[in-house]
Design a binder for this molecule. Structure first.
Ligand SMILES: Nc1ncnc2c1ncn2[C@@H]1O[C@H](COP(=O)(O)OP(=O)(O)OP(=O)(O)O)[C@@H](O)[C@H]1O
Length: 206
């Protein structure tokens, strides 16, 4: 199924300052859309609006042509949002974190799937270590394991490359493009340039 997230006339004000105003945006299946811009220009705020986490904005959102308020259930069933912070529980192991995510997103309790997701993100051998004892990059990888663990068509990813090493960055870049090629859509913020691809579109804020 082809997906289409549409924003029309988006505006958001913070402390009497417009972060953006009159912003139109379209994200379709098969695309990687990178939101770029300087610190504080509103990238995280925009991603939170587009993923339905904020309501104090101007404009309208549509999902597959239907106004978001009437399409929310289908939209959320297709959404995977990874925030700026890894969003993991440091007292739990990677395996336990993924079990928690599976329960939270209503997925089947599947340990084999959890182990596969951790292996694919380079955490084989660290499955049972308390996440608080892992490095910053390894903690980010626990969060990124959700891309494999939780099948969702629309990925909204806020700075997913933070703390990731060079090989991990290249792997994740390939994963984003592969997801778009397979019919998904990716909305991502990152301060580093993504490799040129016919599937990549850049939107500048600020
Ligand atoms: N809840 C809030 N209340 C007041 N101001 C806010 C709030 N959320 C964000 N801001 C402000 O809005 C501006 C944009 O923040 P945002 O996190 O969206 O920027 P960003 O482009 O993602 O920045 P960075 O590149 O540093 O991650 C900042 O100046 C921030 O202080």
């Amino acid at each position: 199924m082809s997906l289409h997230l549409q924003a029309r006339g988006l505006g958001c004000e913070r402390d009497d300052r417009w972060l953006f105003k009159g912003l139109d945006l379209d994200i379709h299946s098969g695309e990687v859309v990178r939101i770029e811009g300087p610190n504080g220009c509103g990238k995280t705020t925009l991603l939170k609006i587009l993923s339905g986490q904020l309501s104090d904005y101007q404009g309208a959102l549509f999902w597959n042509g239907t106004v978001m308020s009437k399409a929310r259930d289908h939209f959320l069933a297709n959404l995977l949002y990874l925030g700026h912070a890894p969003g993991i529980k440091l007292g739990l192991s990677p395996l336990e974190n993924l079990a928690w995510y599976q329960a939270l997103s209503g997925e089947k309790d599947d340990e084999e799937q959890r182990l596969n997701a951790l292996e694919s993100i380079g955490l084989a051998g660290f499955e049972e270590v308390p996440t608080g004892q892992l490095s910053a990059g390894q903690q980010r990888r626990v969060a990124l394991a959700r891309l494999t663990l939780t099948p969702r068509a629309l990925w909204v990813l806020d700075e997913p490359f933070t703390a990731i090493d060079r090989n991990g960055i290249a792997d994740l870049e390939r994963q984003l493009v592969a997801h778009a090629k397979a019919g998904g859509c990716v909305l991502v913020t990152t301060h580093h340039d993504l490799p040129a691809s016919p599937l990549l579109r850049q939107v500048a804020l600020g």
